[in-house]
Each structure stands twice: as C-alpha cells, then as structure tokens.
Design a binder for this molecule. Structure first.
Ligand SMILES: O=c1ccn([C@H]2C[C@H](O)[C@@H](COP(=O)(O)OP(=O)(O)OP(=O)(O)O)O2)c(=O)[nH]1
Ligand SMILES: [Mg+2]
Length: 145
C-alpha cells in the first residue's frame, strides 16, 4: 500500500474501508432520519478529523444507495477542508419520487475520500495559451461514437 496518511480523529465509529484497496471509507449516520420522497436532510456522522495541510476529504455518495434507492449527496463531492474541526455532516437527498427511505443510527450513508490537493496561485494573464479542446465543452464532443 502507498500514500498512507495518518489523520487524527475524534469519533465513536471512525470511517472504515470495507476492503483493502477501497478509496472511500464508509461514514455512518449518528442519528436516525426518515427521508420522504424528494426530501433532504443534514445528517451528523459523529466524526471530526484534523486533516494535514495539503489534504482534503470528499464526502461522496454510496453507489448502492443511489442505484437501489435514489439516495445521493446533494453537494457531492462535499468538501472537508484541512482546517475544519467540526463534525463531518452529510447532506443526503432522497431523489425517489414516491418511496421514503429510513436511515437508522449506525447505517453507512456515504463515504469519505482523502486526497492530496494543490493550493493554487491564480496568476492573471492577458490571454490563455491554445489547447486541443479550446473553449469546447458542455457536450461539444457529442454522445455517440
Ligand atoms: O459535505 C460536507 C461539506 C462540508 N462539510 C464541512 C467541512 C467543510 O470544511 C465545511 C465548509 O464546507 P464548504 O466550504 O463546502 O461550505 P460553505 O457553504 O462554503 O461554508 P463556509 O462558508 O463555512 O466555507 O463544512 C461537511 O461536513 N460536509
Ligand atoms: Mg466554503
């Protein structure tokens, strides 16, 4: 394994990687919540961390909850700044139009990905250099073939 980073944590239930090689460590709900159709809620995880400078953590949805129940994270990827010492919370959204989704305390509701990030210095210039893509975006390459 490479790139192991130690992260001080205060939590009764620290996030856990389900398998060796997983990028995301599962976050658990600290409270029970029922999400009605189309509802969202800010859910505590009971986890607080102190990321080293130069790192960020991203709160992202679990694919199983998304595919089976339409549960997603509104602001995915939620960004946890290195300087943040508060409880990590998850803004969960039930995108299903008819089914409620019940979350029990302890359920794994999202996952946390820790990544090194660059701190940018934005340098004003009169114009940008050319590139193969140029200003094309937002579907400029089409969909099929
Ligand atoms: O899914 C998330 C996203 C953010 N945070 C925490 C950690 C992050 O460092 C802080 C601020 O997040 P962000 O910068 O995305 O929110 P903001 O609306 O810009 O708030 P602020 O004005 O406090 O920066 O909130 C979470 O716990 N979960
Ligand atoms: Mg912010």
């Amino acid at each position: 394994m490479t790139d192991v980073v130690e992260i001080p944590i205060v939590a009764e239930h620290p996030p856990q990687y389900a398998h060796a090689g997983d990028a995301g460590a599962d976050l658990r709900a600290a409270e029970a919540v029922e999400l009605g159709p189309g509802e969202r809620a800010l859910i505590g995880t009971g986890v607080a961390i102190a990321l080293p400078d130069g790192y960020a953590a991203f709160v992202v949805p679990r694919s199983g909850l998304a595919a089976k129940h339409g549960i997603t994270v509104v602001n995915a990827p939620g960004t946890v700044d290195a300087g943040y010492r508060g409880e990590i919370k998850v803004t969960l959204l039930n995108t299903d139009g008819s089914e409620s989704f019940a979350i029990a305390a302890g359920d794994r509701i999202a996952q946390l990905i820790v990544m090194p990030v660059s701190r940018a210095v934005f340098v004003p210039v009169p114009e940008l250099t050319d590139s193969a893509r140029g200003t094309g975006g937002f579907g400029s390459t089409g969909v099929s073939s």
